[in-house]
Design a protein around this ligand. Structure first.
Ligand code: PEP
Ligand code: MG
Length: 759
């Protein structure tokens, strides 16, 4: 059964559109369990009806015609109950509704299973038989497995189909909506620019070419280079391989022949596809054919074809323009399968209106950077057929995480109004720069910033930042090809320290690993978030740590505003070790003649183990800073990057709030200053709660700083403490959110909450 299942899923995955997907499913399932009928009813949300979309065994003319309302028939019941219904004689069931013209009166046995994707009912998969009998347990189990596996493919094919219609400007298709999560608030309207991941055939976007000759030339160049490479590898391995293994290289070369793959790609280019798209189509077709073969040896050849395809794609991509050379349209919305911090650094800021990522979530580092740059962003739009979006008009709603493709004029106008209101609010906040973040009853709350990019410094000072609470040193490491030298690091750090002096600058030691890999320091782990990251790496590599510390100390010479912060600590030994290394670096530099001062040293509280040792850490360091992004991830056991569980990543979860309150109290018992540099400080409601908890510093992205100052200036400490005392005893996160919103509104800070947006 497993083999049959595998084949069906493969074939379905390769089907070009929704109709073919559904057709393959009904034909193959009917054959697999030798039943008389297999049909698929899809739910049409506009009409609120189940429509027969494909059948093998019922009257084909009813496809697209026959339908049932939500409460009609056993199909309606399957959908309503969201569970399989297995009947020996459907007609005898009280819910049975006969649909005229389908010819189903001949069939008695009925088994229907719901097709559910991300908790949304897409439709019902049904098998029927003439005989009066119950489908057995194995058949039921097969159908349930089938439906669970196919739900995602159907959802994807549905989305792709509707996007295709949009791009062909079919009438009546607009406002196609996709759901993701907010990465950075704000709204953007503009054309999609799809970013191609390197050497990923599936990620190649569809594009037409104007210049067929040019595309053929590019392809031939790539082909020649891959041929050369393969011959070279074949020659260098010749002595170590048996003759049949050597033949594989000849087979590769023959596959690249004009009469084989190459010829097919060129034929596709002549039909108007760009070279990368043509290659993707041809390779996809061959991979599909090989993977459908019964012979395991031949099936394996699909991997060879894929490998060849990837090699050719890499050559084509290398010959294409670099991202920074692309002629971006105005208000471009950058779309990627997985947005990375490096991509953000490469796109011209004046052209970029919004960011849209299929993977990742609101707390991925790309989203954090987007927030510091103030670019509206939606993450985790998992159903988005992103390769088809090139050039289509997009509304990106960074408040709700929704995305609309090819919006209607009414909807676009509505969002244009929101953009205008946003601009007015921001303009109103500009005057706050010189004013203190002081509550109405005189409590002064220091507001610092989180930085990472060079450009963050000017923006932060411009917005009245009083210090840097977190400088993510790994960001300059991520946009390079090898570890920067001590001198290079020193120059980079000096720019931050100098610009802010005499204000304090908190430099975090290298926090790589997890979702922040370095291309030149690959770490392959099954569970990177629980793996080698942050201080765990630098403790194992004192040479990397020491170079960085020396660069920081040298950069602070004569400025004396450096604070060093250790990420991801879980035990006091890590802190002791790091302190010793820092002391050693200070001594060494002094011996070398540098005038360096002992910096303040702090730790980040980011994991539950550190929460419960906050006081012990406090005894050993000068300051504590809470990384609520990771702390939330580890307390709730929710991967901050995984869009599937993004809905469970809740900053105001009662457990998170309790932990935050506990840390502040514990740190203060040792009279140690405690700050927060997670994203929660950048949310007006969160900032008020943290202030009430006694946090000494709030550090946030520069974009949100004026809003937070506005919120603090609009409230008294007494009112914030009253809000905290009510919220800290609440169990229900939705109610916590509601109370925060209501309080902000009552305080006259309603404009800081999410604008009301049409559904
Ligand atoms: C955090 O985890 O809250 C934090 C500030 O660090 P980062 O987001 O860079 O992991
Ligand atoms: Mg962190």
């Amino acid at each position: 059964m497993l083999e049959i299942l595998r084949k069906i899923v493969q074939e379905v995955n390769a089907a070009p559109d929704l109709d073919s997907v559904l057709d393959v499913i009904v034909r193959r399932v009917q054959r697999a369990i030798r039943t008389d009928v297999c049909s698929i009813y899809l739910f049409d949300p506009r009409e609120e009806r189940y429509v027969l979309m494909a059948t093998q065994g019922l009257n084909k003319r009813s496809v697209g015609q026959a339908s049932l309302s939500l409460s009609e028939g056993v199909v309606g019941l399957v959908g309503d109950r969201a569970e399989p219904i297995n009947l020996e004689n459907a007609a005898a069931h009280s819910s049975y509704t006969f649909i005229k013209g389908t010819g189903e009166e001949k069939f008695h046995a009925f088994l229907g299973v719901p097709i559910i994707h991300h908790r949304t009912l897409l439709g019902v998969l049904v098998v029927q038989q003439k005989a009066i009998r119950r489908f057995d347990e194995n058949e039921e189990a097969f159908m349930v497995t089938m439906s669970a596996q196919l739900a995602g493919v159907i959802a994807h094919a549905e989305a792709t189909g509707s996007i295709k219609k949009l791009s062909e400007h079919e009438k009546g298709e607009s406002d196609r909506k996709f759901e993701g999560v907010s990465g950075c608030i704000g709204v953007a309207i503009g054309p999609a620019v799809v970013m191609t991941p390197l050497a990923d055939l599936d990620g190649v976007p569809e594009r037409k070419t104007e210049d067929i000759k040019e595309e053929i030339t590019k392809f031939k160049k790539a082909l020649a280079s891959v041929r050369r490479d393969i011959k070279k590898v074949g020659r260098s391995l010749a002595k170590r391989l048996r003759s049949e293994e050597r033949e594989l290289f000849d087979v590769y070369i023959r596959m690249l022949d004009d009469n084989a793959l190459a010829g097919e790609v060129i034929a596709q280019i002549k039909q108007g596809h760009w070279a990368q798209g043509a290659l993707k189509n041809v390779i996809g077709e061959h991979v599909h054919q090989f993977s459908m073969m019964d012979d395991p040896y031949l099936r394996e050849r699909a991997t060879d074809i894929k490998d060849l395809g990837r090699r050719m794609l890499t050559c084509l991509q290398e010959s294409g323009p670099a991202l920074s050379e692309i002629d971006f349209p105005e208000n471009a919305i950058l779309v990627a399968d997985e947005l990375t911090p490096a991509m953000l650094g490469e796109v011209p800021a004046d052209k970029l209106a919004g960011l849209l990522s299929v993977n990742g979530s609101g707390n991925s580092h790309a989203a954090i950077l987007a927030r510091s740059m103030g670019i509206p962003t939606v993450m985790g739009a998992v159903d988005l057929p992103y390769t088809r979006l090139e050039g289509l008009q997009v509304i990106l709603d960074g408040y709700s995480g929704r995305v609309f493709i090819n919006p209607s004029e009414d909807l676009a106008q509505c969002y244009r109004d929101i953009i205008r209101e946003e601009n007015e609010v921001n303009a109103g906040l500009e005057g706050l720069k010189e004013l203190p973040a002081e509550t109405t009853d005189g409590y002064r709350m220091p507001l610092w910033v989180n930085t990472g990019l060079v450009t963050d410094v000017a923006r932060s000072l411009d917005r009245g930042a009083e210090g840097i609470g977190l400088y993510r040193t790994e960001i300059p490491f991520m946009i390079r090809d090898f570890f920067p030298s001590e001198y290079e690091q020193m120059i980079t750090y000096r720019a931050q320290l100098e610009a802010f002096a005499p204000r304090p600058v908190t430099m975090r030691t290298l926090d790589i690993g997890g979702d922040k890999p370095l291309s030149y320091f690959p770490i392959d782990e099954d569970n990177p978030m629980l793996g080698w990251r942050g201080i765990r790496i630098t403790r194992d590599h004192p040479e990397i740590f020491l170079v960085q510390i020396r660069a920081m100390l040298r950069a602070a010479e004569g400025l004396d505003n450096l604070r060093i912060m250790l990420p991801m600590v879980t035990n006091v030994q890590e802190v002791e070790d790091a302190k010793k290394l820092i002391a050693r670096a200070v001594d060494e530099l002094r011996e070398e003649g540098h005038v360096v001062n002992q910096p303040l040293i702090g730790v980040m509280i980011e994991v539950p183990a550190a929460v419960y040792q906050a006081r012990r850490f406090a005894r050993r360091v000068d300051f504590i800073s809470v990384g609520s992004n990771d702390l939330t991830q580890y307390l709730l056991a929710v991967d901050r990057n995984n869009p599937r569980v993004a809905g469970l990543y809740v900053s105001y979860h009662p457990a998170v709030l309790k932990a935050l309150q506990y840390i502040a109290r514990e740190a203060h018992k040792e009279s140690v200053s405690v700050s927060i540099c997670g994203e929660m400080a950048a949310d007006p409601g969160g900032a008020l709660l943290l202030m009430a908890m006694g946090y000494d510093v709030l550090s946030m992205n520069a974009t949100n700083l004026p809003k937070i100052k506005f919120a603090i200036r609009g409230v008294s400490m007494g009112r914030a403490q009253d809000l905290l005392s009510r919220i800290i005893v609440m169990d229900d996160v939705d109610k916590i959110h509601m109370l925060l919103r209501k309080t902000l509104k009552d305080l006259g800070l309603g404009q800081l909450t999410r604008p009301t947006i049409p559904d």
